[in-house]
Design a protein around this ligand. Structure first.
Ligand SMILES: Cc1ncc(COP(=O)(O)O)c(C=O)c1O
Length: 399
């Protein structure tokens, strides 16, 4: 009897003995909440991104980081924030939760990042901020975006959920705008389970963001119940419950120590995919732009039915039948009923994001993949695409 192949989970985290040992040590320490491990994680993250530890604040998600950053930035309610339609819903939802109005600007079809010319065209007298998303870890055109922001006096908040390792002209992403917001969700390049980080130049704004992330309290629990005696706190603003726990930082500390070796492993898988798929009639990710460092978070291929004789969703089904998990990053935001009903958005208004969102598939890229897993993904993709091409019109091949 044939053995059933194990299901290859998309975005599986690469967890080693170091993470397990640190979580155990945290649990044995008796301190699970926000405390010394979160402080160490913040210091390590700040050092990695070459900023001061007072320029970062750990939170429990990137969504929280985006929300709190927009509030700390002091944007007046009802202001417009320009962002991309090719992003996770969290980006747009955070804008709405901050009492602001999202405005979408279409992406460049090659980079899949927000197009600076489309940002410029979307600016109105009510625009107060730009929220670029470094899609898949590929840096947005930060020179042009910052120039537009300066000319129009706009706040810039970078969504760096995919871009922990990314750099633009030698400078880490997240350090261009007023704030950079990072994610440590389970599928991300550094994992804490759930988790996020706010980075910003202005230490006062970061201190405010940190306070807003914990009910607006002047002291966190470690500073109230720690070994220096009980300290009273004051509530200075009406904040949120967005703090990161030591238990999460315990996963994150060893993860951060491996961030570069994991990046190199993803780079090797990426290059193997590029070579193995070069002759197939599918779209592959473009090469990184000159003088940038790509975070290599998502390897996305484009399944255009006109070229390869099958729909994207049929491709997803075939991959699933072969027991390989895939992702879709993303169906464009205006495809979802909420945004259509609430903002009256129609997908056709953003043709590039809509087309990409209907054709895109993310293949497994976790550093946890073995060489055999990678070869299995390659053989499966090739077999699915080549059979579809063979079954379809000969004109579809290589069109
Ligand atoms: C582009 C983007 N922004 C924001 C988020 C939200 O991150 P989190 O899950 O940490 O809140 C994600 C997460 O998937 C994302 O991919």
């Amino acid at each position: 009897m044939d053995e059933i192949e194990p299901f290859l989970v998309f975005g599986a985290p690469c967890i080693g003995e170091e993470e397990i040992a640190e979580v155990e040590a945290c649990m044995r320490s008796g301190w699970l909440g926000t405390g010394p491990r979160v402080a160490r994680f913040e210091q390590a993250f700040a050092a990695y991104r070459r900023v001061q530890s007072g320029q970062v604040a750990a939170v429990n998600s990137c969504t929280a980081a985006l929300h709190v950053s927009m509030i700390a930035a002091g944007l007046e309610p009802g202001s417009e924030v320009i962002t991309t339609p090719l992003t996770f819903c969290a980006t747009v939802n955070a804008i709405e939760h901050a009492g602001l109005v999202p405005v979408l600007a279409d992406v460049d079809p090659l980079t899949q990042n927000i197009d600076p010319a489309a940002i410029e065209a979307a600016i109105t007298p009510r625009t107060r901020a730009i929220l670029p998303v470094h899609f898949a870890g590929r840096p947005c055109a930060m020179d042009r975006i910052m120039e537009i922001a300066q000319r129009h006096d706009l706040v810039v908040i970078e969504d760096c959920a995919h871009a922990i390792e990314s750099e633009f002209r030698g400078r880490p992403l997240g350090t261009f705008g007023h704030f950079g917001c990072f994610s440590f969700y389970v599928t991300k390049n550094v994992v804490t389970g759930e988790g996020g980080m706010i980075l910003g130049h202005d230490q006062e704004l970061i201190a405010r963001a940190r306070m807003l992330a914990l009910h607006g309290m002047s002291k966190d629990a470690w500073h109230r119940f720690g070994d220096t005696g009980y300290k009273h706190y004051q509530v200075l603003e009406c904040g949120f419950k967005y703090n990161m726990m030591d238990l999460q930082a315990a996963i994150g500390l060893p993860q951060l120590a491996k961030v570069e070796s994991h990046w190199k492993r993803r780079q090797a898988i990426w290059q193997r995919y590029d070579t193995a798929f070069g002759d197939l009639p599918i779209g592959l990710p473009g090469a990184p732009e000159a003088d940038t460092r790509h975070g290599l978070h998502l390897y996305t291929v484009m399944i255009d039915p006109a070229r390869c004789g099958m729909t994207r969703d049929a491709f997803l089904d075939s991959m699933n039948a072969a027991r390989i998990g895939t992702g879709v990053h993303y169906l464009a935001v205006p495809e979802h009923p909420y945004y259509q009903q609430h903002y009256g958005w129609r997908p056709e208004q953003w043709p590039n994001a809509t087309r990409l969102g209907r054709q895109t598939v993310s293949l497994p890229l976790s550093p946890a993949l073995t060489d055999a897993d990678v070869e299995r993904v390659i053989a499966t993709v090739r077999q699915i695409v080549l059979s579809a091409v063979a079954a379809g019109s000969p004109l579809a091949v290589g069109a």
